[in-house]
Write a protein that binds this ligand. Structure first.
Ligand SMILES: NC(=O)C1=CN([C@@H]2O[C@H](COP(=O)(O)OP(=O)(O)OC[C@H]3O[C@@H](n4cnc5c(N)ncnc54)[C@H](OP(=O)(O)O)[C@@H]3O)[C@@H](O)[C@H]2O)C=CC1
Ligand SMILES: O=C1OC[C@@H](O)[C@H](O)[C@H]1O
Length: 365
């Protein structure tokens, strides 16, 4: 604990790609409501030059940060001053990188999609439990205070009556046909495909708004899914969730075939007394939501009440703070995204892929 009684987490950043830059930039932004403080203790890349370039670019305004810069990921796992390793490699490497970190005795926060399939996720859970290390999926959407507030309005205050449906669509244009085979959006071994990369967020909106018990134990929905492909890579997934007990339905879609607007409605939750629209750039990046009463008999959209959560940070600070709090409390997994929940999500995506026809090389191993 620091003097101010908030925990400090010393992070070891593994890989210097896009997400690692977003994560580090967010952690370094000033704020007044910190629940933890964060130190970038080490950076590991496939080359020393990349680690140096990353630090020079993303820590240039933070001379107090003096990370050890490494030419391998293993050096980060071996660094005794690192409290938690953040893994930002492509999906296909998550299992290997997590296993290497765990076997070095390190706590791990690993990017989504957690693994390629549920079997890999279960293997990681077993490894972390055997070693006694912390392991969590960096599903940052679940950590947003907005999500907690929204679920409270839905299921404690019942602001839209009985929830019966959620729709969520993630659109992102990727020119799959013209990408090199090494790209994580094109290479099946790296887990290319819209479902694992972005559909997981649309699915998360359905889970969070249709399953009030989440992340506790609960029934699994029935799943109906279809997937489409370009050059053998899944580019569009549509999936229907149906909860027989309540009749609720989730309409969950993702595509890398469509350009999106800068701001849009990223999820809609329908209830018997009204509806809620979640606004933002994409389903991983909500900025506000608006609660509307039921439509009247005229054709005018009713007046809604907007809840705005825009702030300078992208939102990675919430998962980082919560990880630091978990570690300070001696927990071995996240209370917000427990490992059982990660495995459940992976199982749902396995079933979507089984119906849709996406097969990754490790599925056949
Ligand atoms: N939470 C979120 O909003 C986001 C999450 N993600 C997730 O983060 C992960 C990485 O995505 P992203 O940052 O976009 O990917 P990038 O391609 O930008 O970066 C991946 C990094 O992984 C390392 N790497 C190791 N082996 C390979 C390989 N064979 N091919 C490519 N990279 C390799 C490289 O790091 P180095 O050169 O340093 O060794 C590379 O820079 C994915 O799991 C993705 O789903 C991505 C974007 C947003
Ligand atoms: O998690 C993600 O959200 C934003 C997208 O740009 C990215 O490809 C995806 O991995």
């Amino acid at each position: 604990m620091s003097d101010t009684q908030i925990p400090t987490c010393r992070w070891g950043i593994v890989t210097t790609g896009l997400i690692s830059s977003w994560f580090v930039a967010d952690l370094m932004m000033p704020r007044t409501d910190a629940k933890a403080s964060h130190i970038i203790q080490a950076i590991g890349s496939s080359t020393l030059q990349k680690s140096q370039d990353f630090a020079a670019k993303f820590l240039k305004d933070h001379p107090d940060q003096k990370p050890a810069l490494y030419s391998s990921y293993q050096d980060v796992y071996n660094d005794p001053n690192v409290d938690c390793v953040y893994i930002g490699s492509p999906h296909g490497f998550h299992k290997q990188h997590c296993l290497e970190a765990i076997s070095a005795g390190k706590n791990v926060l690993c990017e989504k999609a957690f693994t390629i399939n549920a079997a890999e996720a279960r293997e990681l859970v077993a490894a972390a439990r055997a070693k006694g290390t912390y392991l969590a999926e960096a599903m940052w959407l679940r950590h947003r205070p907005m999500v907690t507030d929204l679920r409270k309005l839905l299921y404690e205050e019942n602001v839209i009556g009985n929830v019966f449906r959620t729709t969520s669509d993630f659109q992102m244009y990727v020119d799959v046909a013209n990408l090199p085979p090494t790209s994580r959006y094109k290479n099946p071994s790296l887990g290319a495909g819209s479902m694992l990369d972005i559909g997981v967020y649309s699915l998360t909106w359905a889970i969070l708004t249709l399953e009030p018990e989440a992340p506790g134990p609960r029934e699994k929905p029935k799943i109906m899914a279809a997937q489409s492909f370009v050059d053998g890579i899944e580019v569009t997934t549509s999936l229907l969730l149906h909860y027989p007990d309540t009749g609720r339905q989730g309409v969950v879609t993702s595509t890398t075939e469509r350009r999106r607007d800068e701001s849009q409605i990223i999820a809609t939750i329908d209830g018997t007394d009204g509806f809620i629209e979640v606004e933002g750039r994409v389903p991983s990046h909500p900025t506000s939501f608006t609660v509307y009463p039921k439509w009247g008999s005229d054709d005018k959209k009713p007046q809604g009440k907007k809840y705005d959560y825009s702030r300078p940070q992208q939102g990675f600070i919430y998962e980082a703070d919560n990880t630091a709090l978990d570690l300070a409390a001696g927990r071995k997994e996240s209370t917000i995204m427990p490992l059982s929940e990660t495995v459940r999500v992976m199982e749902i995506m396995d079933e979507v892929r089984r119906q849709g026809g996406t097969v990754y090389p490790v599925d056949q191993a």
